[in-house]
Each structure stands twice: as C-alpha cells, then as structure tokens.
Design a protein around this ligand. Structure first.
Ligand code: AGP
Length: 602
C-alpha cells in the first residue's frame, strides 16, 4: 500500500527520504519517487523496486534539505514512471505525495482543464498540486491554498506537500489514511508509519482525520482543515526500538516475527487484563454480536467464536469484512467487534461504518495505536505484538487469539457458567502459554524444516481439521498460498467425503490438525481415510499420541495444552512450514507478490 515520507531539517533530505522509503517497503509497492527543493524543485521517480530505481536514477545527487518521498501501490493508472509519485503542478513548483483515493478527481480534472491545466498521468493525485497552484494564483499563500484544495476533495487521503514558493515548510493532511509526524531536534518528519522515522526520533504525533500540519524544521502546527483552529496534541513516546523494527539477525522478518510470538502473547495477555471489563460489558449487553475481520484476523475471529461459545456460552457471528454490508443486519442492539492488525484495512473499516450507520456499537482489536479503526470505535482494545513487518501475519495472529481467549475466560467468569476453580486453572494455563510457545518452536523447527525440504515441489496442499482445528488449518493454508505460491485448501475434515476426497490420491500432501478433545476420534478416522487413498498425511498431534502416528507419513509432535489453547501452539509448525517452503523455492517470504501488508482500498 502507498507509503509517504517527508523531511525538513538541516541534513540532505534525499538520503533520509530514501532510507524512509526502504522502511516503508513492507507496505507493498510498485513504484517509488522523491522530490526535494533547493533553488528549484527536483524530482526522480520510476516503476520498480527502490534499489533498482536508485541505481538507475541516483537519488543521492538530489540537493535540498526539504523533500517528500513515496512508495506507490497502483489504484488509478497502471504502475509506470508517469503514474509514480510525487506529482507536480503545471508550473513545476508544487510536489505532492498521496496515499488513498480522490473520488471526485474526474470532476476536478474537468474544472482544472477548463482553466488551462494539462495532465500528464492517469492518477487521481495529479489534481492536487494543480488545484493548489490554482488557488495560489488566486492570491492564497501555500497554507491557504492547501486548505482550499483539500476542502474540495472527496475520498480518503494522506498528503505530503512541498512548494518552491515557501521552501521552509512541509504540509501534511490526513483524512482516513494514516499519517504521523516525527519530532526531531531541528528536523521534522512525516510518514505513513512509525518504522519509517524510528532511526531519527521516537517522539511522534498521530494525525487525526480532518487535520493538516504545517511543519517547519523546528515545529509542527496542527490545525483543523475546516475551521483552521489549532489542535494541541501531546506526542507519543514510541517504545519500539529500531532493533524491534529490524530483522535482529534473522534472514527474514517473518522468521523473526514467528520467534517473537512468546513475547507478543505475553505482552498482550498482560495488557488485556485492564481492557477486558469494558469489552465484556459491551458484549454482555448486546443482542447480537458480530466479529468482523479479513484474512488472518478472520481466522483469529473464528477461534474467538469457538472459545466464546465453549467457555462463555455466547453465540457470535463471524463475518469476512468485505461481505458484511451485503449479508448482515446491524441495529442498536448489535455490537461489532472488528479485528484488524493494522487498523487500516479498508474492508474492515467499511463494515464498521455500515454497522455504525445502523446504530451498532463498535469495538475494535488492533495492533496499531492511533490507527484509523480506533477513531471509528466506541471501545478500543489493543494487541501488543509490536510492529509486524512481514506481509504474512504471524505474531499478530497469536496476539489476537490470546486476547480473544482471555476475553472468553473473563466472560465465562462474569456469566458464572463454569466453576471458579476450572476458570482459574484455565487462566493460569493461559498465562503460562508463552513458555509453551517457546518450547514448541524449539521442538518443531528442525522437523518442519526437513519436511519443507521434502515437499517444496508440491503443487497442491490440503489442510484438514475439526472444531478449533479447522480455523488453524485455514490459517496454515493461507500462509502457504500467500508466501510459497502453492495452491492450498483448508477443509473441515468432516467435509472431505462431500467432495474434496475426490482430489486425494497418491502423493498429495494433506496436513491434518489433530487437536485433543471431543473431535479427536472422528479426526483420526479422517486421517485414516486420507491415508487409505494414498494421501501423504503430515499430522500435527499432541506429544506422545501413538494412535495418530500409525496412519501418517510425517508426525509433528506438539507439547500438550488445553484444547482451546492449541491455536497458539499448532499454528507454529504451520507458519514455519510455509516459511521454509517459501525459502526452499527461492522466494522472498517477507514480500509476496501482489500482496500488501495493509490493504487500504476496498
Ligand atoms: C495475512 O498473512 C495477510 N497478509 C492478510 O490476510 C491480513 O491478515 C489481512 O489483510 C487483514 O489485515 P489486518 O489484520 O491489518 O486488517
């Protein structure tokens, strides 16, 4: 997804912007560019990877101590040099970088064309610098021209803007697309995301919708776009270290993040205790509860549904965000709990808005403090997994699951459906789970690496599970298709006989998620069923389970936990399997093709 970086200070802007762009790469992009100002406006941009573009264009020779940079993920216009950002006005004095969509750009183009302006790209963004130019020609100063421009834009946008006429300021505007200001000493930054500025400062201000910031090298003044009123906001001290946002010696972010799961779960469980009562009250007063999310977060929500039903006797409906508006009913009695790592996923935000418009109460669970979803919610809950750079979600999944399990236990306490003793024991076990995750990682990693080597050339993979094992299987299949580009399909094991079994033949790998509990013996029959048709069963089962071992090609043994906590341990070999197969196939697991870390368009 598009990423913005801006710098104003005493150092050469281009070098800092280039570094910032590299730190935004994980958002996904197809082109990149930089504009700086010295005695004139300089701009370099192109399609491709940042390093290749830099080799071709050499950003380092761009003079100036103020500038903006951008990584683009195409929405309007194909990836190309002309569509890459920044975009400039016809006079070549104003440069703009943009994340989001300007819905009324055709109307604005028409207006500007009738006033003599020309357009050189297919983007929606190009209207912005030209409209600013238009207003400056009417006598507005830079700030006023930006305000007048923005008040005419419909859609979502985070903007970074510089002007040759006022080269001592950088203007940032935010509406429904993330933007932060990094406060340095005699230098300031704007960025879509914290990791882009972390090497330079840990003090950031998160901009809110409808705000613009006038940023000089020594201060940032935030104003409401509509009223011009100054907004006072204390900076946040970011506790993430630079090292936390870097690979820490691992070859890929994904592997680092898989190994960070004990901490991610520990921190989340610790912090959740304070927030749970508010969320419980909200849910207990609801007539209907929706859990809404996309991708991995959706799988965490399915696990949440299972735990809430099993422990707290509460019924919830889990809906994929992009399907919500077509299929769901929300009213004043509805609570929608939106789960989103980034808090910026457009489909999830849309579901939230639809439900809200119908009177529903909104709670969110997100990993990003100050993200868009937090501003749309009546109640905000956080996972504390730290920044996740790999496109494939790993530690944030575990953090979401841990949070939801904790919620289910607290709700069960409040509803007095289980004995205090039983719930206490569960709570104690859950708080010990970070150690079990650590043990599991150590036990399974060498074995999974070996299995990955043997199955790297498979063209199809099946994942089967029952009960809570099914969403685990779904998440395992998503990881494999996402980063190893292998067709993988998760199916409830009981559904095999209703169709998918026809595809099982000699040599087809089938990952069986065999969790303990009520479904165990039925799952065992499914494992046999697959084995009898020649499928190569790779089974995940509790340590010491001799029964499963009799019917499978590979057995991955997982330390024992309560059935409800198995998602936190069983998911580890599945994440590792996808990771090692991706590496074996010579792919980059951190940057899968066609995918973005945070999907900010519907
Ligand atoms: C997970 O590996 C994917 N990259 C993707 O499915 C992701 O979980 C989904 O886009 C939702 O993102 P969110 O949690 O930031 O809303």
């Amino acid at each position: 997804m598009c990423g913005i970086i801006g710098y104003i200070g005493k150092r050469q802007a281009a070098a800092i912007l280039l570094d910032g762009l590299k730190r935004l790469e994980y958002r996904g992009y197809d082109s990149a560019g930089i504009a700086t100002i010295s005695d004139k406006l300089h701009m370099k941009k192109d399609k491709g990877k940042i390093e290749e573009i830099d080799r071709r264009l050499n950003f380092a020779d761009m003079p100036g101590t103020i500038g903006i940079g951008h990584t683009r993920w195409a929405t309007h216009g194909e990836p190309s040099q002309k569509n890459a950002h920044p975009h400039i006005d016809n006079a070549g004095k104003i440069a703009v970088v943009h994340n989001g969509i300007i819905e009324n750009y055709e109307h604005l183009r028409h207006f500007l064309r009738s006033n003599g302006y020309s357009f050189y790209s297919d983007t929606d963004t190009e209207v912005v610098p030209n409209l600013i130019n238009y207003f400056m020609r009417q006598g507005h100063d830079f700030e006023e021209a930006v305000r007048s421009t923005v008040s005419r834009l419909k859609g979502s946008y985070a903007l970074g803007i510089v002007s040759l006429d006022e080269p001592d300021k950088l203007i940032a505007v935010r509406k429904e697309s993330p933007l932060i200001i990094g406060l340095g000493v005699d230098e300031m930054f704007i960025a879509s995301d914290v990791p882009a500025v972390l090497p330079y400062t840990k003090r950031v201000i998160v901009m809110e919708d409808g705000e613009m910031a006038i940023v000089t090298s020594v201060k940032a003044i935030i104003k409401r776009v509509d009223s011009g009123e100054i907004v006072e906001r204390k900076p946040l001290e970011i506790t993430w270290t630079i090292e936390m946002a870097e690979k820490r010696g691992y070859p890929h972010f994904m592997l680092k993040e898989i190994h960070e799961q004990p901490d991610a779960v520990r921190e989340t469980l610790r912090a959740a205790q304070k927030e749970l009562d508010g969320l419980c009250d909200m849910l207990l007063n609801a007539k209907r509860i929706y859990l809404v999310a996309c991708g991995t977060a959706y799988h965490a929500a399915l696990i949440g549904k299972y735990a809430l039903a099993q422990l707290a006797g509460m019924s919830t409906e889990v809906v994929i965000s992009s399907e919500f508006q077509e299929s769901c009913m929300a009213d004043e009695g509805t609570v929608l709990l939106a789960i989103s790592q980034s808090g910026e996923t457009a489909d999830t935000l849309k579901a939230v808005r639809v439900a809200k418009a119908n009177g529903a109460k909104i709670a969110c669970l997100t990993n990003v403090v100050g993200s868009s979803i937090t501003r749309e919610s009546d109640l905000v809950c956080h996972t504390y997994a730290g920044p996740e750079i790999g496109v494939a979600a790993t530690k944030t999944f575990s953090a979401q699951v841990a949070y939801l399990l904790s919620l289910a236990i607290r709700l069960a306490e409040k509803r007095s459906l289980k004995s205090k003793k039983e719930l206490n024991e569960l709570a104690i076990q859950l708080h010990k789970i970070p150690e079990t995750i650590l043990d599991t990682l150590q036990i399974v990693e060498p074995k999974v690496k070996d299995i990955a080597r043997r199955h790297k050339d498979a063209t199809n993979f099946f994942f089967i599970g029952r009960g809570i094992g099914y969403p685990i299987a779904m998440e395992g299949a998503l990881k494999l298709k996402e980063i190893a580009y292998i067709h993988s399909e998760a199916t409830p094991a009981g559904e095999l006989k209703h169709g998918p079994l026809a595809l099982i033949q000699r040599g087809v790998p089938v990952v069986a998620v065999v969790v303990p509990g009520a479904s165990y013996s039925r799952m065992l029959s499914n494992v046999e069923e697959v084995g009898a048709r020649g499928g190569e069963v790779i089974a995940l089962a509790v340590e010491g389970d001799v029964e499963v071992g009799k019917h499978v090609t590979e057995l991955i043994q997982i330390p024992k936990t309560h059935e409800l906590f198995t998602p936190l341990t069983y998911i580890l070999p599945l994440q590792l399997l996808a990771y090692f197969i991706s590496v074996e196939r010579g792919l980059d697991p951190d940057r899968p093709r066609h995918l973005a870390k945070s999907v900010t368009v519907e």
